[in-house]
Design a protein around this ligand. Structure first.
Ligand SMILES: NCc1[nH]cc(CCC(=O)O)c1CC(=O)O
Ligand SMILES: [Mg+2]
Length: 331
């Protein structure tokens, strides 16, 4: 028995709801959430993603309704991902810098209707545009080349910034891309376009449903282990984050989320930079599978996980549960 007992009873402050609220160390609000949304060609089109129950791809006109919903719920930002038509995918990913690609048209439509009432985060990586499903360009041996890919990522970033992206989010894990993109944005006068770097992005088994959603899964040759982090490593993740901060990242991301809470906490303890987590598609799908299997109710399962990200030190969370959670938080 502790020498302080019974003077110290930790259950005392837990004994009533008012007191639990008063002593709560972390809070969750709609302003902590970023909602990832998938865009498709067409009009009036909603395509459910089979491996992500409850998540759909939307044509731009219906995407605008989701954006209106996000604004009404107090969600500050969305993240856009395209499902590029197959005939627009190529080995060199040229569609990524086409000023009329799906993402650019979506950006202009959002800007036109909503001004800056919402932040738009745009992923930078080539996988929605390559015929081979990799985030970068391949050399003759099939290796994802770093430096040639940087040029492509810069073109993609400038294209999105010109169409109205607020935040460029490089998710490709090439070395040196934050510096290259920052320099190009400055040179082009996009001084207030932020970079949210997927700094610690792991070669994870939890991305499967996302690859279905953007249509890169069936195309993917091999895996992404020559550029994404080894799940066994944490010191290396700190080097990645330090490098991206030095190169000009405004904020950094850890991805996936729940299995990497230690990485979030390490990053918060070491660096004075906003850290975001991506609760990825596989994490979402596993909760849905659990709910369907009777493991528990969706609401407490989801809210406990989201709070865990705040407790670990996150400034915010990218999650497919953003509208669900915001609705609950708004009461
Ligand atoms: N660069 C692509 C990208 N951007 C976000 C995700 C995953 C998001 C999710 O699983 O929800 C991926 C997948 C990948 O790297 O293969
Ligand atoms: Mg890096």
């Amino acid at each position: 028995m502790s020498a302080n007992f019974p003077a110290t009873r930790l259950r005392r402050t837990r004994s009533a709801d008012w007191s639990r609220r008063l002593h709560r160390e972390n809070t969750l609000s709609p302003a902590d959430l970023i909602w990832p949304l998938f865009v498709i060609e067409g009009e009036g089109a909603e395509q459910p993603v089979a491996s992500l129950p409850g998540v759909s791809r939307w044509s731009i006109d219906l995407l605008l309704e989701r954006v209106a919903e996000a604004i009404a719920l107090g969600i500050p930002a969305i993240a856009l991902f395209p499902n590029t038509p197959p005939d627009r995918r190529s080995d060199e990913a040229e569609e990524a810098w086409n000023p009329d690609n799906l993402i650019c048209r979506a950006l202009r439509a959002i800007r036109e209707r909503f001004g800056d009432d919402i932040g738009v985060v745009c992923d930078v990586a080539l996988d929605p545009y390559t015929s081979h499903g990799h985030d970068g360009l391949l050399d003759e041996s099939g290796y994802v080349t770093n430096d040639a890919t940087l040029d492509a990522l810069v073109k993609q970033s400038l294209n999105q910034a010109a169409a109205g992206a607020d935040v460029i989010a490089p998710s490709d894990m090439m070395d040196g891309r934050v510096a290259a993109i920052r320099q190009a944005l400055e040179d082009a006068g996009h001084t207030n376009v932020q970079i949210m770097s997927y700094a610690a992005k792991y070669a994870s088994a939890f991305y499967g449903p996302f690859r279905d959603a953007v249509g890169s899964g069936d195309r993917l040759r091999g895996d992404k282990r020559t550029y994404q982090l080894d799940p066994a490593n944490s010191d290396e993740a700190m080097r990645e984050i330090a490098m991206d901060i030095a190169e000009g990242a405004d904020s950094v991301m850890v991805k996936p989320g729940l299995a990497y809470l230690d990485i979030i906490r390490m990053a918060r303890d070491r660096f004075d930079v906003p850290v975001f987590a991506y609760q990825v598609s596989g994490e979402y799908a596993l909760v849905e599978a659990g709910v369907a299997a009777g493991v528990g109710a969706r609401e407490p399962l989801v809210m406990e996980k989201l709070m865990a990200f705040k407790r670990a030190g996150c400034a915010g969370i990218l999650t497919y549960y953003a509208p669900f959670a915001a609705r609950l938080l708004n009461g």
